[in-house]
Design a protein around this ligand. Sequence first.
Ligand code: BTN
Length: 264
Amino acid sequence: MRESAAPPAELIEALDRARPRLGRFSSVRFFPSVVSTNDVAMGIGVEGAVVLADEQSAGRGRRGHDWYSPPGSGLYVSVVLAPAKARADPARAAMLLTIAVGVALVEGIDAATGLHADLKWPNDVYVERRKLAGILAESSGRPTEVVVAGYGINVGAASYPPALRDRATAIETELGRVIDRYVVLAETLAALDARYDDLLEGRFDAILDGWRRRAPTAHGARVSWSTSTGRATGTTAGVDRDGALLVRVDNGIERIIAGELTWL
Ligand code: BTN
């Protein structure tokens, strides 16, 4: 792992312009190449630390997937959070953490580029039915727990491996123009600082309202998910106060707290 002596000038400029709004996320550690920014951030373990890499040699996605992380075209970012410090109801703050990060991502992408992306429960970022960004939260497991929230955003149109080609998209692909990815970084960090304030101050309804506004398929979409006895299907019926997905099934409402949803 090499830490850059000189972060790219465009990175410094973008952060400087957004500085008054970056709050606790104003200091970004830039690495040309790491295994996973989540590992580096966990090693730092201090609330507010931000790790950015130009490429990851083994970027991780949720549920054991890889996260394709070529140089020069994506944003690979990890931030250190401490939801246990929440003033009101730290347990609920922990449950809503990745929901809050997802809201911040779509808000930051919108502010930086004008692209209006949607959220798919719990926190995947999509345009139409193609994935634009994802979040992987990992916790230290210690009592004074910190949580690392890592996010990857496809900015440039990389040549995706065949398995991803039909399922992924990128900001530049959607907009048909070149985007300064460091401006996207700065705006997502600014949005994250505001949404993390909401989380720590107990403004959970503001987070949930923001999420619902950007998650059109959280209501009325046919979905399937895996259960201990196989796959189940139903129709989405919103999220509850803890961010769990409600799904209407034949005999009532199922409450899903974790897992991967497939649109039918
Ligand atoms: C997913 O949707 O599966 C989550 C993807 C998360 C990818 C990011 S990139 C930065 C951070 N480091 C990692 O190894 N993963 C996350």
